[in-house]
Design a protein around this ligand. Structure first.
Ligand SMILES: Nc1ncnc2c1ncn2[C@@H]1O[C@H](COP(=O)(O)OP(=O)(O)OP(=O)(O)O)[C@@H](O)[C@H]1O
Ligand SMILES: [Mg+2]
Length: 198
């Protein structure tokens, strides 16, 4: 199975890129979406998180208070490791299950924000694709989409792997500095390439 890991910093355009690949008929497994699904009400992973961190991380409707949890683990390294120990293996198992649902696909995309930081995913994929863009665009696109202030986006960027390091590690790089039609063209080119080499 030929697997391409799709990665990039916050707001670089990973989700848009994943959508375009999906539109070309490529199976896309999105680790962020899986993380969301596994922490929905009723899921054992959510129960484990609440067991560890307490009921104050639940909203009144029983859903996970994601903002509160994000804040907690951003400030507390031990808590972050504990959360990761619950979440990461569950997400990885789900990724493998979903990939195995498309044995006939020529290749598949796995969207993984922390691909280069994570040895398990690095060895799962055959190739890496970095969605890269200017840092000013990362900030402006992320603030336009969410209610995070620019200062918070910059703090996340500082905590993430540097742009230069990512560029040094990627097999393929798409520079997403222009519009969505240009992004689509670049992805169509890569799609042809992947179909040739997979
Ligand atoms: N080439 C582009 N032109 C215009 N807007 C874009 C472009 N690429 C991405 N965007 C927009 O920028 C925002 C961030 O893009 P996207 O959600 O794809 O990034 P991401 O890497 O998935 O972010 P996150 O790390 O938060 O998951 C979105 O609102 C998206 O529609
Ligand atoms: Mg995204």
């Amino acid at each position: 199975m030929f697997l391409v890991g799709l990665t990039g910093g916050i707001g670089s355009g990973k989700s848009e890129a994943a959508r375009i690949f999906a539109g070309l008929g490529v199976p896309v497994v999105d680790t962020d979406a899986i993380a969301h699904e596994l922490t929905a009400p009723g899921q054992p992973v959510l129960q484990n998180i609440i067991h560890l961190f307490g009921n104050e991380f639940l909203n009144p409707d029983g859903s996970l208070d994601r903002a509160a949890l994000r804040e907690k683990v951003f400030a507390d390294e031990r808590a972050r490791h504990q959360l990761e120990a619950i979440l990461h293996p569950a997400i990885f198992d789900e990724v493998v299950q979903r990939v195995n649902q498309h044995p006939q696909a020529p290749y598949q995309i796995i969207a993984i924000p922390l691909l280069f930081e994570n040895e398990r995913y690095r060895s799962l994929v055959q190739r890496s694709l970095l969605i890269d863009c200017d840092e000013t665009l990362q900030v402006s696109r992320t603030t336009a989409r969410s209610d995070l202030p620019a200062s918070a986006v910059k703090a996340i960027m500082r905590a993430q792997m540097s742009r230069a390091e990512r560029i040094g590690q990627a097999d393929d790089i798409i520079t997403n500095n222009r519009g969505l039609p240009e992004l689509k063209k670049e992805i169509e080119k890569l799609h042809q390439k992947y179909l040739m080499i997979c």
